[in-house]
Ligand binder design. Structure first.
Ligand code: NAP
Ligand code: HSE
Length: 435
């Protein structure tokens, strides 16, 4: 059987998983690819670092040029993460005539047009299944399985670290910092976990899915985003009381010919499928105009699930499918008509609001008046008996309000006005609700 040589650039969590599949299941992979895949090189940053794994026969070096300049290597697998060095390696690999497989969502979200222009020029494939939702084959599903559809909306849990943290906090009563440390130890988090918890990683993935599903050429900066890093336990508790759970959701929806995009902690009804997604699992709910509602579910982070997607891409490249797909779908093409983005101020959704108010007569009426004046209708209210949290002689109490559909601009104005009331004791909390 013929052989194809591959160079892994990066031998961390994902790279080690890829090396493991290629070594331990070489015959199975060869049958599916029609050629043996020989993992010839691995590039790392620190040659002295102790490494666990069966890397026999793998030439481990610290210079990516060794791989890029090797005429035997047909495919470069970029698994170092980050943007600048990864961009250089991918562009150099394409210029040297190599196909590229990458799991790097930050790179594609920020430099998709440049990378795919270089791929077109070199007539080489860039395959990126692992860049969004880890082991869940959502890239292939949108590109191939749902190709007959115009996707109308996506609602997705795309960050395993955040979903793991939220699950640990809500089900295990674990503190935020301990849950984050657990996600890091399990290999789910980015090298800089701020990118996970502040919503940036989810926005990277949404930018990629928005390109595939809607042809939107957006970067992370175009996507309004909030993370889970400022989420308070009180809101997880109130959400539960209201029959919801809170998930970090990526949301995309075509509305009146414009595309609405955002990433934010969002209330999801406890009986909805997305609410049943726990731990490092991801899920994507995609609604297509022909197929209707679909749901894709699986592990979104971690060594072997991500390696599963990377090796699937390697097989696609070796078989020749990835290049055909790249040529036909023309990813990140600058010639495709641009989809206008809906200005965030015009988006409409239901909201959860929490205020800390003085326990005085007329306070709820004043808040309801401001909301009413902005055309915002209240769906439900929770106010418990005051506890011991009084300031001086006056008790303060949390007031939780669920609204009906409200226009973002009107809601922002109302909240700003409410926060200026002298009976409001802390900046209000606002979270969206997924329908
Ligand atoms: P990681 O564990 O931090 O591993 C990174 C690897 O790249 C290490 O082997 C490191 O070398 C090497 N490296 C870093 N900078 C380098 C440079 N400038 N030159 C040469 N080698 C360099 O990262 P990871 O978790 O495997 O993630 C890799 C990529 O996959 C990232 O783009 C990430 O976003 C993406 N991804 C990760 C997951 C996941 O669950 N972990 C899931 C989906 C996608 P040393 O070993 O010497 O430090
Ligand atoms: N840090 C990412 C996550 C890895 O937790 O989902 C998968 O892309």
């Amino acid at each position: 059987m013929q052989q194809v040589s591959v160079g892994l650039v990066g031998l961390g969590t994902v790279g080690a998983g890829v090396a493991r599949i290629l070594t331990q299941h070489a015959d199975r992979i060869a049958r599916r690819a029609g050629r043996r895949i020989d993992c010839k090189w691995a590039v790392v940053r620190d040659l002295k670092k102790p490494r666990e794994g069966d890397f026999e026969g793998l030439r481990i070096v610290d210079d990516p040029r060794r791989v890029i300049d090797d005429p035997e290597v047909a495919i470069v697998v970029e698994l170092i993460g980050g943007v600048d060095a990864a961009r250089r390696i991918v562009l150099d690999a394409l210029a040297a005539g190599k196909h590229v497989v990458t799991a790097n969502k930050a790179l594609l979200a920020e430099h998709g047009p440049e990378i795919f222009a270089a791929a077109r020029k070199a007539d080489r494939a860039v395959a990126f299944e692992a860049s969004s939702a880890g082991g869940v084959p959502i890239v292939g599903a949108i590109n191939v399985g749902l190709a007959a559809n115009q996707i109308q909306s996506l609602a997705a849990i795309l960050n395993g670290t955040c979903n793991y943290i939220l699950t640990q906090m809500t089900q295990g009563g674990i503190a935020y910092a301990d849950a984050l440390a657990g996600a890091q130890a399990l290999g789910y988090a980015e090298a800089d976990p701020t990118l996970d918890v502040d919503g940036t990683d989810t926005a990277h993935k949404l930018a990629i899915l928005a390109q595939l599903a809607f042809g939107a050429n957006v970067t992370t900066a175009d996507i309004p985003r909030e993370g889970i890093d400022r989420l308070e336990l009180a809101d997880l508790t109130y959400a539960r009381e209201l029959g919801y759970t809170i998930k970090l959701l990526a949301h995309a929806r075509l509305a009146d010919g414009a595309l609405e995009l955002r990433v934010a902690p969002t209330l999801v009804r406890r009986d909805a499928p997305l609410a049943q997604v726990h731990g490092p699992y991801n899920a994507v709910r995609a609604v297509g105009d022909a197929v209707g509602d679909t749901l894709f579910y699986g592990r979104g982070a971690g060594m072997m699930p991500t390696a599963s997607a990377v090796v699937a891409d390697l097989i696609d490249v070796v078989v020749g499918r990835a290049l055909l797909t790249s040529r036909t779908l023309d990813f990140w093409s600058t010639e495709a008509p641009a989809v206008p983005l809906l200005p965030p101020s015009r988006s409409r959704r239901r909201n959860y609001l929490r205020f800390l108010i003085a326990d005085r007569p007329g306070v709820i009426a004043a808040i309801a008046q401001i909301l009413g004046d902005k055309g915002i209708s209240i769906a439900s209210v929770i106010q418990h008996e005051p506890g011991d949290e009084g300031e001086g002689d006056e008790a303060t109490v949390p007031l939780v309000i669920m609204t009906h559909l409200a226009v973002e601009e009107h809601l922002r104005e109302a909240i700003a006005q409410i926060d200026r009331l002298d009976v409001v004791r802390a900046p209000s909390v606002r979270l969206g609700v997924e329908e």
